[in-house]
Design a binder for this molecule. Structure first.
Ligand code: KG4
Ligand code: ZN
Length: 339
């Protein structure tokens, strides 16, 4: 029986989980720096790195305890090897490799985006392939054609800012807390519809690329040139959320039309947005397709998705001390690795 310890440190959240092939998820611990990053309005890589160092070992101990496991019961250590922030990745990789080497447990480098992509499987083990995967997080905005587990083709991505990054920046200008996506949704509930209409970037072009920096500048100018009242800010939050949701909907529909598919998977931190998910659910219902999403706790960064993919990729394991991370790591490259 395979039992995997998952270690996620690609960004600011320290995620530790234990996944057992037979029993499922046994423990999922997360420490996030949201309060601290809220103070700065975003992620400070140096602060994130220092916190991973402090938190990883206590979280591993507590996950082992919760899952009633000892280190000897662990068959593999899956860690996020990329993409992500350099400092945080190095810390996760170093601790995983050291622990693996000392305890003779093989280590499995995991692609963070594959973790997100397969996170809906933590709820339901079966996805219907082929499908289009929309990966939306603080660092990524991608449309992926997934033929099966491990076979991915990028159909579109952002030319500049990622969707989460854009939400976080506008939230900061509106004086809201990090993570911006969540704060904007809460404020948008008080907005009066259609007070503002913001652009839907690159939706008139035929392709599947995204761009959010123009929208960010547009909304920034509106914020600077408008009355700073609660109601105006709520109206801006709603119009901004509308623009983001509409843009994503148009691009997803187009990706499904181009590939003649009807199944859509949505993952990554921004997929915690309920209005976005409901809009896409309605769209997929009309197409008579299937939609796959992860429960909110698995949408944002977590160790469970890393442990799960580690379990799937367990065969490709090594027990060495070579520490390699990749701040950029396209999903296409995974097709070279056999399961
Ligand atoms: O996947 P994730 O936790 O970390 C990265 O890998 O980037 O995604 C973080 C992003 C942040 O930009 C945050 O604003 C956004 O996810 N986010 C949300 C919500 N919760 C977090 N966006 C929209 N609605 C939410 N409820
Ligand atoms: Zn992520």
């Amino acid at each position: 029986m395979i039992r995997i310890l998952g270690i996620e440190t690609s960004c600011d959240d320290t995620g530790i989980a234990i996944y057992d092939k037979k029993q499922g998820l046994l423990s999922n611990k997360i420490y996030n720096l949201k309060k601290m990053h809220s103070k700065y309005g975003g992620i400070i890589p140096e602060i994130a790195s220092r916190n991973h160092i402090k938190k990883i070992i206590p979280l591993i101990k507590s996950a082992l305890q919760e899952s009633k496991s000892k280190l000897q019961d662990i068959d593999g250590i899956a860690y996020t090897a990329g993409p992500g922030l350099k400092g945080p990745l190095i810390i996760g990789a170093t601790i995983s490799k050291t622990l693996g080497y000392a305890c003779k447990i093989p280590t499995i480098p995991i692609n963070h985006m594959e973790g997100h992509l397969l996170s809906p499987m933590l709820k339901k083990n079966n996805l219907t392939f082929p499908l289009i995967a929309l990966l939306i997080s603080g660092g990524h905005t991608q449309l992926i054609l997934a033929k099966k587990i491990g076979q991915y083709t990028t159909l579109g991505e952002t030319k500049d800012d990622a969707i989460g990054e854009t939400l976080d920046k506008i939230a900061k200008l509106l004086g809201l807390k990090y993570p911006g996506g969540k704060s904007i949704s809460i404020l948008a509930k008080h907005g009066i519809p259609k007070t503002y209409i913001f652009p839907r970037p690159m939706t008139k072009n035929k392709g599947l690329m995204f761009s959010f920096s123009g929208l960010k500048t547009y909304v920034t100018n509106i914020i600077h040139n408008t009355k700073k009242t609660k109601q105006t800010y709520a109206n801006i939050a709603l119009a901004f959320e509308d623009a983001i949701i509409d843009t994503i909907k148009i691009k997803c529909n187009r990706a499904l039309n181009i590939t003649k598919l009807n199944n859509l998977l949505i993952a990554g931190g921004v997929s915690a947005n309920k209005r976005l998910i409901n809009t896409l659910k309605t769209m997929i219902k009309k197409r008579k397709g299937k939609i796959f999403t992860a429960p909110i706790k698995f949408c944002t960064d977590n160790g469970a998705m890393i442990a799960y993919v580690g379990m799937l990729r367990f065969k490709n394991n090594k027990n060495d001390l070579q520490i390699s991370i990749r701040t950029k790591w396209p999903l296409e490259e995974l097709s070279k690795i056999k399961y």
